[in-house]
Design a protein around this ligand. Structure first.
Ligand SMILES: [Zn+2]
Length: 281
């Protein structure tokens, strides 16, 4: 029970905060607070900061240690143990520059891992869980399969740590980015006006979640829409909000345990990657 106190307090704080902004700046007006899938998302909300975090932390730590041993060099996490960290050109940078570097490089790496999750069939089965919400709001952000979570963390964190970015800079970046990610799913119509193609907004990310064909396989970046623009995958029409969400053409279970198991099902179930589906559409 003690394990759940943090998540319960977090749920209340986030629920009140996002409840207010979703009330005053709704993207879809009239969407119910207890919308479709809220029970499933509550289960995901309990999972993510507890067992999910433990599982992800262990796997990511083992991955970093294994790679460190493999390349026979001291690893960046030595800093946490009071051992001199490996010196690279990055380690000499001030902390603020390292945070900036992590944001920029992390978003480039994040763009490509996210795109891979949409275009490789096996990966899509794991990522499809995140896209299965048919009513999207801030709570939908927690619906992430652990394999998706672990793989995306490893793909982004490993290269950055081995370049020499400080784990302290990471520690500053992760909670901020997590909260920002929750905001991106909220049922709000913010676009950030003149910065709409510079910094990710809820409207930008909600277009990523749409099941409307014009928005499929667009807006992969987590923070910087201009990365999508560079790659030709930006979709952000002025004055229009996406209205339909979810995964078309796939029967994804609606319950927590069914969603956990879904990606491991045999080839009998549909596992068509979204880009292949949209290419035909
Ligand atoms: Zn996605």
């Amino acid at each position: 029970m003690q394990l759940l106190i943090g998540p319960i307090v977090g749920l209340l704080l986030l629920g009140v905060g996002f409840g207010i902004v979703e009330r005053f700046w709704p993207s879809i007006r009239g969407q119910r607070r207890l919308r479709r899938g809220w029970r499933t998302d509550l289960a995901w909300f309990a999972w993510q900061p507890t067992l999910g975090k433990l599982l992800s932390g262990v796997v990511v730590f083992v991955a970093i240690m294994s790679l460190g041993a493999l390349v026979m060099s001291p690893i960046p996490t030595d800093e946490l143990r009071g051992v001199s960290p490996r010196e690279t050109w990055v380690t000499g940078l001030p902390l603020v520059a390292q945070v900036g570097g992590i944001l920029l490089l992390g978003d480039f790496l994040g763009y490509w891992q996210h795109r891979a999750f949409h275009t490789v069939g096996t990966l899509w089965k794991f990522h499809s869980i995140h896209h299965s919400s048919t009513d999207l709001d801030w709570l939908s952000s927690v619906r992430v399969h652990p394999i998706n979570d672990i793989a995306s963390n490893v793909v982004v964190a490993l290269p950055l740590l081995f370049l020499g970015f400080s784990p302290v800079a990471f520690a500053a970046y992760v909670p901020v980015l997590t909260l920002y990610g929750v905001m991106l799913h909220a049922n709000v119509s913010w676009t950030f006006g003149p910065l709409r193609q510079v910094i990710a907004s809820p409207t930008y990310h909600r277009w990523h979640h749409t099941s409307e064909v014009q928005g499929l396989n667009k807006n992969y970046a987590g923070l910087f829409p201009w990365i999508d623009r560079l790659h030709g995958t930006l979709y952000l029409p002025k004055g229009v909000q996406p209205m339909q969400f979810g995964v078309a053409g796939e029967a994804i279970p609606t319950g927590f345990f069914g969603q956990m198991k879904y990606p491991f099902r045999g080839a009998g179930s549909s596992s068509e990657p979204a880009e292949a589906a949209s290419a035909r559409a």
